[in-house]
Design a protein around this ligand. Structure first.
Ligand code: TRP
Length: 366
């Protein structure tokens, strides 16, 4: 079998630069890699509901926002199949059967679920832990296996999901025979690229922390956000020596700055190392650094904005992309589910003559 990749996002908000460096960039490389036969990107609205069940409008609205973000960064619907999770019935059916091969203590050990539980208050007595949320790693295993995905490009935080999925595949295959494809995780290559901090210098860019730059950020907002970024609180006067470590502006520059940007926007230095040296010595002000970063980000995001606008003015085409992608995904995942039912000896309506003969035999044996 060839290479099949599946990845996805919960449509719970517009995508930001953290998503771009953590996953979208990776997907762009994937779509350019001709060794992949099929690439699927799934809008995991069902999974999004596991912790947003009381706000379905949020999920619905973000289906279109996230799709536009995909198209804006250059994901090509001719190369990647974009589909909607809830429209694929095989996924929920598979989940139902995979639940038999996973234990409660095993789910309780999942560190990502544990951390998310605390974030959402599901660890508190009065809130309680919704079963749907608790079991979403099983449904994610259904997502992955339904597409016969052997490669799952995701971030570090998804490692426990992949481990869980691999265990399910192993157990399922050992009971019912070789049926499911064993997936491999594909982590982003560039370590540095995983590490985009928030505007406030906090460890992670995230919507809930309110420290994001969105891929669709308007120019004025972008400027405001960059100019208010956290740098180094001890760097008060331009002449003071400055710290690079923990400085959000330099963290962003580490991720986005290329040597050519100095030619275009800041001729004082040849490269980032030279610029950092000056900052550390003292004599380089924050405003100058921020203006440089702003120029780099504006260049990048303005491309996304232009592309997004094109699609926004053509929503009927966006609908057709999702519709066609989902139809293709239904076919793919239904085929897997048929295989699973057969392996589990539940293909009662596959072949009438065969089944009737089988029944006769069972009855004749008493
Ligand atoms: N859990 C993933 C996330 O939060 C989203 C997701 C759902 C996913 N199903 C998937 C990722 C299948 C990869 C494969 O980002």
């Amino acid at each position: 079998m060839g290479k099949i990749a599946l990845t996805g996002d919960r449509p719970t908000g517009k995508l930001h630069l953290g998503h771009f460096v953590g996953s979208l960039n990776n997907r762009l490389n994937l779509q350019a890699d001709k060794s992949f036969d099929e690439i699927y990107i799934m809008l995991a609205d069902g999974q999004g509901l596991t912790d947003n069940f009381d706000n379905p409008a949020k999920i619905r609205n973000n289906i279109i926002q996230v799709t536009l973000d995909y198209l804006a960064v250059g994901l090509d619907p001719n190369r990647v199949t974009i589909c909607i999770q809830s429209a694929l019935p095989a996924l929920t059916e598979l989940t139902f059967y995979y639940m038999n091969v996973v234990t409660v203590p095993r789910l309780e050990r999942n560190p990502t679920v544990k951390a998310e539980m605390v974030l959402r208050g599901f660890d508190k007595e009065d809130e309680g832990l919704p079963v749907g949320f608790f079991t979403y790693p099983i449904s994610q295993a259904a997502d992955i296996t339904a597409f016969d995905a052997n490669i799952v490009p995701v971030g570090e935080d998804q490692k426990p999901m992949l481990e869980q999925c691999r265990e399910i595949v192993h157990k399922f295959n050992s009971i019912y025979g070789e049926t499911l494809v064993m997936p491999e995780i594909m982590l982003p290559k560039n370590e540095k690229a995983n590490r985009l901090k928030g505007l406030d210098g906090k460890e992670k860019m995230s919507k809930s922390l309110g420290n994001c730059i969105y891929l669709s950020e308007p120019s004025e907002e972008l400027k405001k956000k960059v100019m208010a970024m956290y740098t180094d609180e001890t760097h008060i006067n331009v002449t003071d020596p400055g710290k690079i470590e923990g400085n959000a502006v330099f963290n962003f520059l580490d991720v986005f700055c290329e040597d050519r940007h100095f030619v275009d926007y800041l001729k004082d230095y040849k490269n980032l190392d030279e610029m950092k040296e000056h900052y550390k010595r003292g004599g380089l002000g924050d405003v100058k650094c921020k203006k440089f970063l702003l120029a780099i980000l504006e260049e990048k995001i303005s491309k996304f904005r232009t592309e997004r606008e094109k699609w926004q003015n053509n929503l009927s085409d966006v609908y057709d992309i999702l519709d066609a992608g989902t139809k293709k995904a239904i076919k793919k995942t239904d085929a897997t589910f048929e295989r699973v039912k057969k392996a589990m000896k539940m293909d009662y309506f596959a072949d009438k003559d065969k089944i009737v003969n089988e029944w006769k035999e069972i009855i004749s044996k008493g």
